[in-house]
Design a protein around this ligand. Structure first.
Ligand SMILES: Cc1cc2nc3c(=O)[nH]c(=O)nc-3n(C[C@H](O)[C@H](O)[C@H](O)COP(=O)(O)OP(=O)(O)OC[C@H]3O[C@@H](n4cnc5c(N)ncnc54)[C@H](O)[C@@H]3O)c2cc1C
Length: 466
């Protein structure tokens, strides 16, 4: 993304000079805790872990039903707690259970589509990378997509996963109808006219109402985008953001920690021919930022100077491709993330505070991500009736991130931020009730659909039962 290994090695000439000047100790991975020790897995069991490794559990079973009947059988013949799982790409403890984890990986086929209405009905377990190709094959595309495409559709909508576009809603806002299996094995269809309140609740439900088995998506025709990237001082990026967010189809920027610089990305619709794309260098960029941190965290001024210098020489990108390929990148370097959704006008007051809080931690190196999302009207959508600004902070997966809760979260909360349901936060039912006008309605719907708490683990109980 930004600094190349070659450039950094060149910059490393500075290190030799400092060594000669008597500096011998570099703060390698300052602040990183040792790898956690996990309890042994008993014979015949497996350990489930989320993507970052922060959440783990040893469930009684992991079920992968072949069809609706098998799923129904599972729910009707056991009294276990059941937690549905997608790709395990959430950071919070949404999935862990000592009961049964259920994956809908085998319920992922295209069930129907309508070329006139531009709708497609798919098995909820479909992964976004398969869905993109599947929709392309029938002349459809989703309006917006997140940064990566590894998630399942059900998992993505459960947490209101979003992309970057001030005029584009989250994936949940693209749902035209869905099918939910409740704790007793009943299969319920809902949309804006049938079981409309359940539809409002189930479009973002964190897997607390039941298991979403099928989703009808409201799509659009094929979408080709031109992707442009560039660097600029963070002050310029903040000043230009409202206008760019308003006028560009997709716009986001990253603050590159300890450099005063932003990396900006726009995607605009085009009918130009597809161009070849260089291999994804996001991972290399993150690795180089880590190296910069490792080498220079003991001298913040030097880290800032070298970081800025390296960025000044970076190439910008301009490529054309289908949206489902271009919008999603690989994130092989693992991290733990907190993202809050804020009123849009909070940008100029909140972002500098978040930058200052992160930069109090010299061990931090991942960029801070800033996106814009359109409002919608699902009861638990963090974008509920509020045009949104989203700010996300990241720490490497073995790094301590406790300061998220003591230093970053209070900044977000002062402007009535709503946490991303799949990312790290410390809010409980009473806090959430103050942020969501329909929170009590959701709680009542949950109690009605799952009176026995079959879909509750301790984390969800704190969120929804209180
Ligand atoms: C590298 C990385 C990049 C990311 N980028 C973005 C991004 O750009 N934008 C963004 O908004 N988020 C992003 N996320 C967060 C991610 O999109 C969400 O956490 C999403 O929920 C993960 O989907 P999943 O399929 O892995 O679901 P899981 O994490 O497995 O589950 C998420 C929730 O969905 C529920 N669930 C799963 N299947 C079902 C079902 N069939 N029925 C009912 N409930 C179900 C689970 O119980 C759980 O509550 C990112 C995460 C990572 C690790």
């Amino acid at each position: 993304m930004i600094v190349t290994r070659r450039n950094l090695l060149l910059a490393g000439g500075g290190i030799a000079a400092l060594g000669a000047a008597g500096v011998t100790t570099l703060a390698l991975n300052a602040g990183d805790p040792p790898e956690r020790e996990l309890p042994p897995v008993p014979p015949g069991k497996v350990r489930w872990s989320n993507w970052s490794g922060l959440q783990t559990c040893i469930p009684k079973a992991i079920a992968v039903p072949a069809d609706i009947n098998e799923l129904q059988h599972l729910l009707r013949t056991s009294s276990d707690v059941v937690r549905p799982v997608g790709a395990g790409h959430s950071f919070g403890a949404l999935v862990p259970t000592e009961g049964t984890i259920v994956s809908l990986d085998r319920l992922s086929a295209l069930a129907a589509h309508d070329a006139q209405a531009m709708t497609a009905t798919v098995g909820a377990g479909v992964r976004l990378f398969n869905l993109g190709e599947m929709l392309d094959g029938i002349g459809q595309a989703m309006n917006a997509l997140p940064d990566i495409n590894k998630q399942s559709l059900a998992g993505a909508i459960a947490t209101a996963t979003h992309g970057a576009g001030a005029n584009l809603g989250s994936l949940s806002s693209a749902i035209a109808g869905l099918q939910l299996m409740t704790a007793d094995g009943a299969l319920i269809d809902c949309d804006a006219s049938k079981n409309a309140e359940l539809f409002d609740a189930a479009r973002v439900s964190v897997g607390a109402l039941g298991i979403v088995t099928q989703v009808k998506l409201q799509n659009r025709g094929p979408l080709t985008l031109r992707r442009k990237t560039w660097f600029e001082p963070i002050g310029d990026a903040i000043a230009a953001a409202p206008e760019r967010a308003r006028t560009l189809r997709h716009y986001e920027f990253y603050y590159i920690t300890f450099t005063d610089m932003a990396y900006c990305i726009s995607h605009e619709e085009t009918d130009e021919p597809v161009t070849p794309r260089k291999p994804n260098s996001e991972n290399e960029g993150a690795e180089e930022l880590m190296t910069l941190r490792d080498w220079f965290s003991w001298a913040p001024w030097l880290r800032r100077m070298i970081g800025k210098g390296l960025i000044a020489n970076q190439e910008t990108e301009s490529v054309v491709g289908p949206a489902w390929r271009l919008l999603s990148t690989d994130r092989p370097m693992r991290f733990n993330e907190m993202e809050y959704h804020l009123p849009r006008e909070a940008l100029t007051s909140v972002l500098p505070q978040v930058i200052a809080a992160i930069e109090r931690h010299s061990e931090a190196y991942f960029p801070i991500e800033v996106r814009f999302v359109a409002e919608d009207d699902a009861w638990l959508s963090p974008f509920y009736k509020r045009p949104t600004l989203s700010i996300a902070v990241h720490m490497g997966h073995t790094q301590n991130h406790d300061f998220y809760f003591s230093e970053i979260e209070p900044i977000y909360r002062r402007v009535e931020g709503r946490p991303h349901w799949g990312k790290l936060h410390s809010l409980k039912a009473a806090d959430l009730a103050a942020l969501y006008p329909h929170f009590r309605d959701f709680q009542a719907m949950r109690a009605e659909k799952d009176p026995g708490g079959r879909f509750m683990n301790p984390y969800l109980r704190a969120l929804f039962v209180g």
